[in-house]
Design a protein around this ligand. Sequence first.
Ligand code: NFA
Length: 101
Amino acid sequence: MADIASTPRVEDTVRTARPKLHKVILVNDHYTPREFVVRVLRAEFRMDEGQSFRVMLTAHQRGSCVVAVFTREIAEEKATRATDMAREAGYPLLFTTEPEE
Ligand code: NFA
């Protein structure tokens, strides 16, 4: 047979896996002691004293501060663990997540 149409190829594009990143956000409140915020940042996000103090102070002054970005699952897990750490100590400290643009 000379007239068999060739099948158009679809899905020939190579796709690069690039999962959307999510921000972990530290939210200010009036009750959680500054030193405790610094301690949680160091423990859960492995920041040094200087980094964690600057992030804490930025949230304190501006209302919130981006702590770090991760894939969604990791961001949610870290925000939950950090928030739970505060609940166990009796503080209202809150970490949230949101997708990056
Ligand atoms: N605003 C809190 C205080 O003055 C400190 C704080 C900073 C709490 C960042 C939450 C987040 N003790």
